[in-house]
Design a binder for this molecule. Structure first.
Ligand SMILES: *Cc1c(COP(=O)(O)O)cnc(C)c1O
Length: 433
């Protein structure tokens, strides 16, 4: 545990709040599939003096002096990202996943151009054109989705048909609420058939790809891949844009060709969209990229999937309908309203009382409104970092089912006890707290 001695001295009010959050993270079970625990090494880099430094530009081409260490740090992160994801170039400056996507769109598109992405209610992300975003006002989003929500199969024929009709400049594969694998090759082929760039947003599954537990879109013809660095990758909150192609001088506007994507992306991130990079965050990304290339991380990534599948088994046996019929990755979507007659919102609140954190979620063709939808979404990245194996994951799933079916105070209280015991017997590893 951190001592936070200086915060304690200077700002008691804030200190108490941070302590409260530490306790919450330690004692409860985190099942939000986009959350995780980062290592002490990652947090040390985040808390380092690098936050003091302005480094606008790229290594060797900065607008400020004093870059002898920052240049090397950014290059280290870039080289590690390229090696881990098998690509030609990495931009490690995006401040988050949304920033990475926006910069990627602007590297290739003009306002009014079309993007073909996953239907939001079938698992796509807000940044894939939700009407509430500015991005949706600038670009024209068209959609593909599941053919059958009970198997999760994507309707690739319809996707090709839509691509031919709408002529998107980007075909986007990626999701934050889809439990199956996408057919990367099929999507890349569809993109290239209509002359579009094939872009994958692997924000959720980047850690599984790094650990070899999910397929890498670059192995199937993708041109550009965006990701967050804080979800399954277990790094600092942030983003990256990875590309195939050749880097030329980012000071000169290059022609819009796939070969020039690395340069187009670099110019789009800075000066196009962001200001000075957060060097402390980039240093923490370098730490994460080194950790994610170890054999231990491979084991972690595979265990994340095994644990999710173990939970899926319990829910299916318990008569709960899982969207896509199960999972190939780290997350599950359960139709709790259709199966148990409890709304997603009520389920979230009840489980929260038992010490389990997850989120309500719309399901495909949801009959309920988004603020209290039919489903819950949950996943195993954080509990797997705590050392949960299949049996432990099944026990969590059984406790969840018990709470969601009985719903009385006694059941919630007894589940809470059991959850606390599970959390205590699986402390966040010492190198992570
Ligand atoms: C989480 C996520 C993002 C956004 O990441 P932020 O860091 O929250 O901005 C983008 N795309 C997908 C698919 C995501 O799951």
């Amino acid at each position: 545990m951190d001592s936070y001695t200086h915060i304690k001295q200077e700002d008691r009010e804030l200190y108490d709040l941070i302590e409260g959050e530490e306790k919450r993270e330690r004692e409860g079970l985190e099942l939000i599939p986009s959350e995780n625990y980062v290592s002490r090494a990652v947090r040390e880099a985040m808390g380092s003096v690098l936050t003091n430094k302005y480094s606008e530009g790229y290594p060797g081409k900065r607008y400020y002096g004093g870059q002898e260490y920052t240049d090397q740090i950014e290059n280290l992160a870039i080289e590690r990202a390229k090696a881990l994801f098998r690509c030609d170039h990495a931009n490690v400056q995006p401040l988050g996943g949304a920033a990475a996507n926006i910069a990627a769109y602007f590297s290739w598109l003009e306002p009014g151009d079309a993007i073909l992405g996953m239907d939001l209610s079938h698992g796509g992300h807000l940044t894939h054109g939700a009407p509430v975003t500015y991005i949706a006002k600038l670009f024209r989003f068209t959609r593909y989705g599941m053919k059958d929500p009970d198997t999760g199969e994507i309707d690739y024929d319809l996707m090709l048909e839509t691509a031919k009709r709408e002529r998107p400049k980007i075909v986007l594969g990626g999701f934050s609420g889809y439990p199956r694998s996408l057919d990367w090759k099929r999507i890349a082929d569809i993109a290239h058939e209509v002359g579009a760039v094939a872009m994958a947003d692997v924000a959720h599954i980047a850690g599984l790809i790094a650990g070899g537990a999910a397929e890498n879109p670059f192995d199937h013809g993708f041109d550009i891949v965006t990701t967050t660095t804080h979800k399954t990758l277990r790094g600092p909150r942030g983003g990256m844009i990875l590309t195939k192609g050749t880097v030329s001088s980012p000071l000169k506007a290059p022609e819009k060709t796939i070969q020039n994507l690395p340069t187009l992306v670099d110019r789009s991130v800075f000066p196009g969209f962001q200001g000075g990079p957060h060097m402390h965050q980039i240093a923490a990304k370098a730490v994460m990229l080194s950790e994610a290339s170890t054999p231990a991380f491979k084991d972690y990534a595979h265990q994340v999937v095994k644990n999710a599948q173990a939970m899926a088994e319990v829910f299916t046996e318990g008569g709960v309908r899982l969207i896509a019929g199960g999972t190939d990755n780290h997350l599950l979507l359960a139709d709790v309203f259709g199966s148990l007659g409890i709304s997603g919102g009520e389920a979230e609140t009840l489980l929260d009382r038992a010490g389990i954190t997850l989120n309500k979620n719309s399901i495909a063709d949801d009959t309920r409104k988004p603020f209290d939808p039919s489903g819950i979404r949950f996943g195993t990245p954080a509990i797997t970092t705590r050392g949960f194996m299949e049996d432990d994951s099944k026990q969590v799933a059984r406790l969840m089912l018990d709470v969601l079916t009985k719903r009385d105070d006694e059941t919630v209280a007894s589940a809470k006890e059991a959850i606390r015991a599970l959390a205590e017997s699986h402390p966040v590893p010492a190198s992570f707290v």
